[in-house]
Ligand binder design. Structure first.
Ligand code: ZN
Ligand code: ZN
Length: 409
């Protein structure tokens, strides 16, 4: 099938299954400038489906790097209020957000990590209201990725730029089911499959989970009223959307204060333009009390020290070792892809939709229910082919959930 045709299908998928644009809606597309060809297709498709207005916001990582290397220190301590306000206004008016996430995984490796950490914190603080609207599904949002040269050559370092781009496109088309004859139908089926695993976990209402592999030995309790989610989400009007494309995970929240043991990363984590690799986190009563990293220790330290909540977990997600993205055997250096190839946890805030009445609780009540809150939410991969997960129910019944990295039921 021709590349152009796949590109069209991908754009349609992003607009119809990703943000699922309805007549008279506003769409914000946030994209690197290298992805302009694709974005134009998205804009056209959105108007064809009846969108009222599509705003496109371009970013350029080269300009970001120039800024990080040349601007004064105080530049990184603030984030424009008007940008944050614009997002919040559009979200409250029922607009949708499509983010194209594609970055050079080592863009900021020569930048002072303090500058990067300061800016992460300033932007997260300013965007907190908008993030809480998206993370509680008060508006539709979706994240997808498009190859860029800097990213593709990191994933495939031993071939030419052109070949690397082709290979990354091919992998993305495969992982997002664009290579199916009818990707939209394929996604509907896929969402249904994920739902069957999700329903099993919700029906069992586990009290705790034990993760065990050669390198990991960790027990977490799940808060009372926790909810497992997967695939499609619903906006307040009851319209389906897929927040991540691809997605292979079934996810919920751990109890903020009831995680104990040690977990080892199994894939590199790209965070803030740097790569953290071969790291471990030790938890006591939910809190990270010790950590190690073979690569990116400073970046990991800054991430954990973002605020109080970044010392705790906010997400637990199950992804079988034998699944489409994992089976490509590619390390994508892009969390959207790598997290959907592996069981993962997230440092930082929990999704309020992962617990009953989650969005009705006030900030000061969250601890009482075991819900973590933070400026940050960063997934990291912990799954492996020797991972066993045992669930314990409120009747003390033990149920094998994962055996050797895969669903045991
Ligand atoms: Zn996740
Ligand atoms: Zn996450």
């Amino acid at each position: 099938m021709s590349f152009e045709k796949n590109l069209d299908k991908y754009a349609h998928l992003a607009v119809e299954i990703g943000v699922n644009i309805q007549p008279n809606e506003t769409l914000v597309v946030r994209s690197p400038i290298q992805c302009a060809d694709f974005v134009r297709k998205v804009v056209k498709k959105a108007y064809n489906l009846g969108a009222k207005k599509v705003h496109v916001e371009w970013s350029d990582e080269e300009c970001s790097l120039i800024e990080y290397l040349n601007a004064p220190d105080e530049t990184f301590n603030s984030f424009p209020k008007w940008t944050a306000q614009k997002y919040t206004d559009i979200a409250k008016e029922g607009g949708a957000f499509l983010t194209i996430y594609a970055q050079n995984p080592e863009l900021l490796k020569d930048v002072d990590p303090q500058r990067v950490a300061n800016f992460q914190k300033a932007s997260a603080t300013a965007l907190k209201e908008w993030r809480s609207l998206t993370s509680s599904d008060k508006c539709k949002w979706s994240i997808i990725s498009i190859p860029t040269e800097s990213w593709a050559t990191k994933v495939f370092p031993n071939i030419s730029k052109e070949e690397a781009m082709d290979k990354l496109w091919e992998a993305i088309f495969k992982c997002t089911r664009v290579d199916n004859d009818d990707p939209i139908l394929a996604w509907k089926k896929h969402n249904k499959n994920l739902k069957s695993k999700m329903d099993f976990l919700n029906d069992r209402n586990f009290k705790s989970l034990h993760f065990k592999s050669k390198k990991t030995d960790l027990t977490m309790e799940l808060p009372k009223g926790h909810i497992w989610q997967s695939g499609a989400s619903l906006d307040p009007k009851g319209v389906n959307f897929n927040a991540n494309m691809p997605t292979e995970e079934v996810f919920s929240m751990p109890h903020k204060f009831k995680v104990n043991g040690i977990v080892h990363s199994t894939k590199p984590l790209v965070y803030g333009g740097n790569t953290i690799d071969n790291f471990s986190l030790t938890f006591k009563d939910g809190k990270i009390v010790e950590f190690t990293a073979e690569k990116g220790y400073e970046t990991l330290k800054k991430l954990i020290e973002t605020d109080e909540g970044s010392h705790y977990l906010g997400e637990v997600a199950l992804v079988p070792f034998n699944s489409p993205i994992s089976n490509t055997n590619i390390i994508f250096y892009n969390t959207l892809f790598d997290e959907n190839a592996s069981c993962h946890f997230a440092i930082g805030s929990a999704y309020k939709g992962c617990i009953k009445n989650g969005d009705t609780y006030k900030d000061e009540e969250l601890d009482k229910y075991g819900i973590n809150d933070s400026l940050t939410h960063v997934d990291f991969m912990i799954g492996s082919d020797d991972m066993d997960i045992i669930g314990t129910t409120y009747n003390d019944e033990k149920v094998q959930i994962f055996k050797n990295g895969n669903w045991a039921f």
